[in-house]
Write a protein that binds this ligand. Structure first.
Ligand SMILES: [Zn+2]
Length: 109
């Protein structure tokens, strides 16, 4: 969807781009969702997430804006194997399905 502006699930052609996805931090402060922070106090967010959402079916894809930032921080404990291990624990689409089920439950569907 990022390159084609066409939904890979339903073929919809209206795709909403969110250059940042909101998260909540300490004190309920709005922050952009990121993979990691480089330090506790004066650090900066690494791997900020952007989203593409199909306006017809709600399917969403997430991307890291600057993936090279993550490679630069391998000395902080991020290894090349860690992302692969994380992917094995969370199969593609499982998070979206859980969110969709939660949304449907709220709607009484
Ligand atoms: Zn769609």
């Amino acid at each position: 969807m990022k390159r084609t502006s066409r939904c890979v699930k339903c073929g919809g052609t209206q795709v909403f781009h969110a250059p940042e996805v909101m998260d909540r931090g300490e004190g309920n402060v709005a922050l952009p969702l990121s993979i990691k922070r480089s330090g506790a106090l004066l650090g900066r967010d690494l791997g900020q997430i952007e989203a593409y959402v199909c306006l017809a079916c709600g399917y969403a894809e997430f991307y890291v804006l600057a993936p090279s930032e993550l490679a630069e921080k391998q000395e902080d404990g991020i290894t090349e194997d860690a992302p692969a291990a994380a992917l094995r624990r969370a199969p593609e689409g499982s998070r979206t399905r859980r969110r969709r089920r939660a949304r449907d439950a709220e709607a009484g569907a």
